[in-house]
Design a protein around this ligand. Sequence first.
Ligand SMILES: C[S@@+](CC[C@H](N)C(=O)[O-])C[C@H]1O[C@@H](n2cnc3c(N)ncnc32)[C@H](O)[C@@H]1O
Length: 251
Amino acid sequence: MLVEWALSLVNPAPLHLRRLGYVRQSGLLHARSRRCRAAWAPHLTRARGVILAAAEATARRGSAVVLGSGLLDDVPLDALAGLFERVTLVDAVHPWPARLAARPHRTAALVTAEISAGLTDPDLWRICAEADLIVSANLLSQLPIVPIEAYEARGREAPPRLGTQIVETHLAALDRLAAGTGRVCLITDTVQREEDRAGGVTDSHDLMFGVALPKPAEAWDWQIAPFGEIGRRRRLIHRVHAYPDWRASGG
Ligand SMILES: C[S@@+](CC[C@H](N)C(=O)[O-])C[C@H]1O[C@@H](n2cnc3c(N)ncnc32)[C@H](O)[C@@H]1O
């Protein structure tokens, strides 16, 4: 708890995003990613591999945009910066490790934006629409979290379709971008299952809020909370879908 609190204090972010809870959320993720480093490693390797393959398959190499860049744990920034003239990293919070990793790359830019309501900012939309590669990097399932928690913090229930609308809005933005000239690469966790030590599934939770996704080009399990993280006898596994070319997936 102390680590999350300290990270919340030191990570820079505009006040309104801090107040909404994005910095706290980023701190929670940061601390868990470091506690669960070994368990997360296979997932991060797969995600980086998908992004790198998508980048190498992109013919025009003017600019790349990464939505949900966060800690850059799943983003091969050095490779992207080598392949593209410009790389734009978009997130509600750019934690210090990401800022330090981006600093040596003079062609990398950080854009701080809250995008649960879509890519509504005209400048951000233009950057995405002009990009040759747009990556949505393990962001989609996270988008509804803060908006839903904001209702709960006020003792109210979130509108029943809020999560669904947020997921649909992000996918609609990716559809529009994929209809343009750029390649869209989507990586997202889709379902959470809770398992006991015998491998039995004790609970499961649809992270897409009922929105159906097309068949992925690749899929794998992400052990997001190994035994001991949330309980001695249970662990959480997320099923990840990867679409290196969203247009070709029929999404
Ligand atoms: C699971 S992390 C993605 C992993 C990230 N690519 C990495 O390597 O660390 C989800 C990211 O989405 C960001 N995020 C969540 N909701 C957001 C929103 N509404 N707008 C912009 N970014 C958001 C979080 O700040 C976090 O960095």
